[in-house]
Write a protein that binds this ligand. Structure first.
Ligand SMILES: Cc1cc2nc3c(=O)[nH]c(=O)nc-3n(C[C@H](O)[C@H](O)[C@H](O)COP(=O)(O)O)c2cc1C
Length: 499
């Protein structure tokens, strides 16, 4: 059979035509009525690898990661406005989807009825991510959604205890046979491509073998998160771009790189170093939804594979007033039929406005205390959040006015502890969290001096590190040990469901 989508134009340039053809394709291949069948279809019945990446997706480079309770529809809409070219849903637990008797539970994971999630004109390209270890259950769950998304992604990266208990995510890494079966079952039976997001192994060789196995099983795009399963919480550390590069060189399907990106300048550096087709961001983008701003336009007008950027190191378009972003997000939430969970709303607002919340303590406390009283309508439940954002906006505009006429580059300060550049507190920017170091045994205090060199190296390394979960960690402060503060950075995976 010939590739039925090979004539599809680039969705970015021919949006309405793409949507029409895509919807016709979905109607034929993946309608809910045909979705209960598990009859294998031929491999060539759907686009594969680069064909899929280029012709169906339009060669997306700037990608928003799957994020539990954070890459929900409202965030996706805002993200697309600020340059995201492909977005993943939060991880959906296949077992929960298939076994839960409650429709509300499924609606909260992916609302099929509102017509907004996976809508062809406002929520695509979109990959739905699933976790689980049972191929049949994952297939059944994926079949229910496949007509509304462009691909089904399998989560092979979640390192949290919940994944260990449920045997999914990174804990499948030890059972290659099962992973092969999971991916192959989806590949053979779904009408849309299957993709996989995974973490690296301790060695390059094993990482590459693993990636090749995923490709053999039928994965059409791989996302390589350059951290190992053990790199979580305080051990998060840096993602290894070398391993990502090795994966990219070893397979013949598109690869997205994931890990270590804070600023736009990191995106070009990562794509150059790894040679990957796209860059996926989670935390960098959560704290600054404008992370990808302007990049799509840059690449359209330049033949270079790297973002050209601006002459300013910190152009205002990449670092807007965060209170404005928060209000924009809330207005999307209000406009949707699809309910955004209030925990997602609160989580986003804490992250977006994080640079100012440490100083505007009253607003931080108010935000933390917002609860929805029983009987309150959804729109009324959002009102306290909006009031806080409006108040924040007023205060931030006041502060920004004091330095009117100066560029962000001129206003950058250096954080003493880390040597990191800090932008003014009214603009969106990445977040570095200080984590309390483990107590130092008395005998080691005398050794601190001889460890100066190590600390210097660590601080150099930290220049490429970032952290997150402001809402969970607002109380964490830099801690002094010995003559100088020791700052232990952790990455986004601290404390929450991260893969
Ligand atoms: C709030 C949050 C939720 C996440 N949820 C998921 C998830 O559902 N599935 C997944 O594969 N990874 C998840 N991750 C991991 C990210 O997709 C990403 O792999 C990781 O944060 C490293 O990327 P970064 O350095 O850009 O943050 C999550 C990360 C964050 C911060």
């Amino acid at each position: 059979m010939t590739n039925r989508l090979s004539f599809l134009p680039n969705p970015t340039n021919h949006f309405p035509v793409y949507r029409l053809l895509q919807s016709l394709f979905n109607a034929t291949m993946g309608s809910p009525s045909s979705s209960s069948s598990t009859t294998p279809i031929t491999e060539t019945a759907k686009p594969t690898g680069y064909d899929f990446y280029r012709r169906v997706l339009g060669s997306p480079k700037y990608i928003v990661a799957p994020m539990v309770d954070q890459s929900e529809l409202a965030w996706r809409r805002l993200s697309r406005k600020y340059g995201a070219q492909l977005i993943y849903t939060p991880m959906i637990n296949a077992k929960v989807w298939v076994e839960s008797p409650s429709k509300t539970v499924r609606d909260n994971l992916f609302d099929l009825d509102s017509g907004e999630e996976g809508d062809l004109t406002t929520d695509r390209p979109l990959f739905a991510q699933f976790c689980g270890h049972n191929p049949e259950k994952m297939l059944k769950a994926a079949q229910a959604i496949q007509h509304r998304v462009d691909a089904i992604d399998v989560n092979l990266g979640c390192p949290q205890d919940i994944a260990r208990r449920g045997k999914f995510g990174a804990f499948l890494q030890d059972d290659w046979e099962l992973i092969y079966k999971l991916i192959n079952t989806l590949h053979v039976n779904l009408s849309i491509p299957v993709t996989a997001k995974f973490r690296v192994f301790p060695t390059v060789e094993k990482t590459v073998e693993y990636a090749k196995m995923l490709e053999r099983a039928g994965a059409q795009i791989l996302t390589c998160h350059g951290r190992m399963r053990e790199q979580r919480g305080q051990n998060t550390g840096l993602a290894d771009w070398e391993k990502i590069r090795a994966v990219k060189q070893a397979v013949s399907i598109p690869v997205f790189a994931n890990g270590n990106v804070l600023y736009q300048s990191d995106i070009g550096a990562c794509l150059k170093k790894t040679g990957c087709d796209g860059l996926m961001s989670a935390e960098g983008q959560l704290y600054n939804v404008a992370l990808f701003s302007g990049l799509a336009e840059d690449s359209a007008s330049s033949s270079s594979s790297e973002p050209s950027g601006s002459t300013l190191q910190f152009p205002p378009s990449q670092h807007p007033l965060h209170a404005d972003l928060a209000l924009e997000y809330l207005s999307i939430v209000k406009s949707l039929k699809t309910r955004t969970s209030l925990s997602a709303v609160k989580g986003h607002l804490f992250k977006i406005m994080r640079p100012a919340l440490t100083r505007e303590k009253d607003l931080r406390e108010r935000l933390g205390r917002v609860i929805s009283k029983k009987g309150t309508s959804y729109l009324d439940s959002l009102k306290p959040y909006e009031d806080i954002c409006l108040e924040m906006k007023e205060r931030m505009e006041r502060d920004a006015k004091e330095v009117e006429g100066k560029s962000l580059d001129e206003l950058v300060t250096i954080d003493e502890a880390t040597g990191m550049k800090v932008l003014p507190h009214w603009v969106a920017q990445p977040y570095w969290r200080y984590v309390k170091p483990a107590p130092v045994p008395a005998k080691r205090i005398s050794e601190l001096e001889s460890e100066e060199e190590e600390k210097a190296k660590a601080q150099e390394g930290m220049k490429r590190m970032k952290v997150g979960n402001a809402d969970l960690d607002l109380e964490t402060q830099p801690t002094k040990i010995g003559p100088e503060p020791i700052v232990i950075p952790t990455f986004g995976d601290a404390g929450i469901m991260v893969a």
